[in-house]
Design a protein around this ligand. Sequence first.
Ligand code: SF4
Length: 291
Amino acid sequence: MAVTVEIEKHSGFCGGVIRAISRAEQFLDSQPGKKLYSLGAIVHNEAELLRLGAKGLVTIGHDDIGSIPSPSTKTLLIRAHGEPPETYEIARRAGINVIDCTCPVVLRLQKDIREAKGQVLVFGKIGHAEVLGLLGQVGGNAVVIEDMSMLLDALEDGTIRTDVPVEIFSQTTKSPTEYAEICKVLTDRVPAGLTVHNTICSQVASRHAELSGFSTSHDVIIFVSGASSSNGKVLCDLCRSKNPRTHHISSPADIDPSWFRPDDRVGICGATSTPRWLLEQVARKITAGPR
Ligand code: SF4
């Protein structure tokens, strides 16, 4: 008997990534031969970056903004993660047009954090672009915690003060379960009062629930995402916690036939940055079997 293969029906790009990519393609298709400069990877997926690179999308870093060539092509795309205010100022001073693709969910989070009173905490990955964008909204005046052990250390050494009110925000792609655990500890440890902002993206939160069920209802899980995808790491860890036969891959070439037994039900899923076409390629390769 051959393996059966199913792609999880909600896997594929989230709304914010679809919006950013479609705006980039609109620009490139309407101005053939021109380049569009993306500040950081528009999506954490190498295969999709290659596809868009062939159309003229160039990924640059912050240090490269000043050296974007030729005035007629000076257009900078800000990706769904968002940026701190100073990036817009640098672009304005350099005479660069900006296509702002900050996800509306992130824009709302940036606004909420600007309006926070008291001590601001961010549950997120230190150095992640979205987190840097959030810190920029409050002039860097916030404490970032990545996990429970960092929270406990920060409470212990006084980095987080417990005698003043605290407002906590989460990076949009963090685990809802971990965020709830962190907020529970803070509720018990901050007598001055805690305000919890529910800022995990609903598309990410619902994927946690969907992938939990999907992982337990298949014999093997193939999780597809780029190596640098933060959301991919969180969701893949979730799948592995539900199904130890979970394998992370970035492309069909990473598939190892020894992972499968003859009658396995194989589930294929991915991060909010994994294109649907890549999941379909993976499904075809597994269905075709070893050659
Ligand atoms: S995961 Fe949610 S918040 Fe992040 S880009 Fe996608 S839709 Fe926007």
